[in-house]
Design a protein around this ligand. Structure first.
Ligand SMILES: *Cc1c(COP(=O)(O)O)cnc(C)c1O
Length: 239
């Protein structure tokens, strides 16, 4: 198995648990100030780059939704953790290559990054084969950034319908990652608007620095990494 230098977790497990409680309190507060029920918001703890030793205390504290952005890294970390905590829901929040679909469908419980017909078709085929019909989000590249994954906003309507009707995927919502240098609220509002016209109830949006704004704009799934696990050290690009 490949070894990779992983982050130690910006301190010990107690730090992560204290930060987790703080994030939960901030989610509750943000929900209430928008007149929303905090129970309608799922906190996904993004554990990418952190080793199992950093994740375990957060599991022990009761957190059950986790996000990873690389299939290979998740395959190294999560089978053992899932065996110990079978009620964990694991979310794939990073780009998915078609040649990794078979591993993704086996290990993950929700896929947030469906963004092209070839991937949708491959997911549909693999889910059928495994008898595992996972809920999925369609990722929208709201900032139209060339380097970023996601379907373009003007192509989103047709793609969402294609995922549902042609591939029979269980599309439950939309996901976006706003450009770092822009006001995220505009992107959250755009995502919400597209979701609404398709009757999609779930919005995967909001990260450590903007999850409260995302909640004000209707986020149902916030993906929070560094605010829980501490800062990540940079790593090499995906090989
Ligand atoms: C890493 C990552 C996050 C979490 O980012 P933080 O800023 O650490 O909260 C959320 N979503 C995606 C898609 C990510 O890759």
């Amino acid at each position: 198995m490949e070894t990779r230098a992983m982050n130690s977790g910006g301190g010990n497990g107690a730090d992560a648990v204290a930060r987790l409680e703080d994030v939960r309190a901030r989610i509750d507060e943000a929900a209430r100030s928008s007149g929303r029920d905090p129970d309608d918001i799922t906190l996904i703890a993004v554990s990418k780059t952190f080793p199992p030793e950093a994740i375990e205390p957060v599991l022990a504290a009761g957190q059950r939704h986790f996000g990873e952005n690389r299939v290979q890294e998740a395959r190294e970390k999560w089978p053992a953790l899932k065996e110990k905590y079978p009620d964990v829901t694991l979310h794939l929040i990073g780009p998915l290559q078609t040649n990794k679909v078979k591993y993704a469908v086996r290990l993950f419980d929700v896929i947030h990054t469906v963004d092209r017909p070839k991937l949708a078709a491959e997911l549909a085929r693999e889910m059928e084969k495994r008898g595992r019909r996972l809920p999925v989000f369609v990722q929208v590249n709201t900032g139209e950034e060339p380097q970023k994954a996601g379907v373009l906003p003007r192509e989103a309507d047709a793609f969402i319908e294609q995922c549902r009707n042609e591939y029979g995927l269980d599309v439950i919502g939309l996901m976006c990652i706003p450009p770092v240098d822009e006001e995220p609220a505009l992107h959250f509002a755009l995502l919400e608007k597209i979701a609404r016209r398709h009757g999609l109830k779930n919005l995967s949006m909001g990260m450590s620095h903007d999850f409260e704004t995302a909640i004000a704009f209707g986020a149902t799934h916030v993906r929070v990494g560094s605010a829980i696990f501490g800062p990540r050290s940079p790593r090499k690009p995906a090989g």
